[in-house]
Design a protein around this ligand. Sequence first.
Ligand code: ADP
Ligand code: MG
Length: 696
Amino acid sequence: MPAERLSKAKGLRLDDPAIRLSGVGPDLMRRLGRLGVETIGDLLCLVPLRYEDRTEARRIGALRPGEKVLVEGGIELAEVAFGRRRSLLVRLADGTGGITLRFFHFSRQQQAGLARGTRLRAFGEVRAGPTGLEMVHPEYRAIAANDTGPETTLTPVYPTTEGLQQGRLRRLIGQALAVQGDIEDYLDGLLDGDWPRLTDALRLLHQPPRDSDIRVLESRRHPGQRRIALEELIAQRLRLKQSRALEATERAPVIAPDPALGARFAKALPFALTRAQSRVVAEVTGDLALERPMHRLLQGDVGSGKTVVAAFAMYLAAGSGLQAALMAPTELLAEQHAATLRRWFAPLGIDVVLLTGAMPAAARRDALAAIASGEARLVVGTHVLFQEAVSFDRLALIVVDEQHRFGVEQRLALKEKGAHGDRMPHQLTMTATPIPRTLAMTAYAGLDCSVIDELPAGREPVQTIALPRGKRPSLVERVAAHCKTGAQAYWVCPLIEESEHIDAQAAEALHAELRTALPGTRIGLVHGRLRSDARDALMRSFKTGEIDLLVATTVIEVGVDVPNASLMIVEGAERLGLAQLHQLRGRVGRGQRRSSCVLLYEPGLSALARERIEIMRRTTDGFVIAEKDLELRGPGEVLGTRQTGLLELKVADLQQDADLLPLVVEISDRLEREHQERLAPLVRRWIKSRADYAKV
Ligand code: ADP
Ligand code: MG
């Protein structure tokens, strides 16, 4: 570490704002804020998703596909190849063998730095390429004269945010670790001697010694991680107890059941409710009629028809002269929900108002005015619904869709918006993620649950096949034939990096390629970088059938509904987790057509990727897949977020750490009795306050 950095670190304290670290300005502070980081100590509470071993360069001649490794060698050849896609190929050799580094996106400057003769250290996943082993878009560094060798500890990979690179985050956390003094230990005196000190546990988390077992670290069974998990679970329990105590005193507006409204709604729908839907509607109706706020979780597999249940509850609220809001995790979904509700409610003469961040100023002003006056009875939007500018007249019901994308605190903020005198809004939360049994049994339950365990009639299970990338040309022809029959299809392009920007570029390349290959097919493109009006227009033309084939990034993952689409192609399926694959596949099989899903993979699958694809081929049952997902998570999971559907946990895992729960209960009770002063700072460390989220 350079000397000036050390000197700046001197005199810093862990509760100082992170902006005091060297290299951190207001811009970076804002990005850190999105990760919940304000103080230097907060940085230490960021928990790695996984670890990589970059401590030793491996012999290139002995590499196998599927491994993620560090290699070191000299560049023998660097050239731009013009195949189906232009790419920069760099041949790296170390005397035991050679490997090709392949770049689809590269700058002139990057190309100049990769000249013949340069010595490089590169880290990436080994794959079987057309001419032998290769790495696609590895991380790399030229070896300079003053090189100090590979890393000396394992390299953590953190969940990060757009515009904040892993390397930068790692350096900041390194600075935080160098700050003198121990982080405040709120469990001090409450744990027996077998538990590691918090400071030691954190160092292990961020800089595991090179001989640590990555599998143990990633499965989070190490005593250091268990120490942190314990603290997090205690903080969560304290937080939930606080809010539960508050909720017990809350009252809600009574929304009386009205059979006439029910009949009218049923008549307006283009289908009859399934038995499961009717049962859940009755449960929700019962809750709404009470004077205490509903806290109900509605769980149902993708395609089971949760939206209509929400719509009915919203209709009842509107019928009582009150407002209801539906919050979706993305703009695309909010727009789609608004369109669906408008279609269902048009015959009933009820308007639906949409509010998203991307709306033009004038439309936004109108929407805000209608929401404030109460003229807008039914409101659909994204997280902007709980921002300061939004004020409701009489919000009586909040529906949160695909709730695992929102934090607990975001929901609390929205609930506060609905406070009217002493009345709190009812809440319905919809999720396709099944709740693990352990969770339902623990202190963390406390929500009422409804399950839609039946798909609408006439649905046939989606047939799933897995194909190696070599079969791609025949697939292109198959898509053309498919679209000629009047059916539609999705083609999801591979996830390249955890960056919307690069993914958007890749989607554009795929779109261009398919346009050339399939001149007779109408092809559209959506990705996360598209403006929301453009994306909306595109989705609309896909829905109305003006587009046959939709090329997309994984932005369509959640909730998009086009019943006529019956073929889903997922490229780079080996890079996606089970939950994502299940969500993507759930986009088809929604209508009367027989649907299929093709998982295209890069040969040289890791054992884990092979198992995931096998499970997808074997079953379409969301519960089975979710259980397997829990089982397989850990080593090798690329993009896993640790969500249980109810709590957002950073370190702890309710399945794995279930054995800690008795201790969690015991210690949180003792904290409440003996150390009142520790409660607030402990909760704040793990759970960022509402105010922080509102700023995001
Ligand atoms: P999800 O539970 O995944 O949110 P949706 O609410 O989007 O599912 O419903 C999936 C599709 O099924 C939609 O096109 C919806 O209109 C349709 N649908 C819902 N309920 C029924 C039903 N009872 N009969 C026929 N189609 C239904
Ligand atoms: Mg849905």
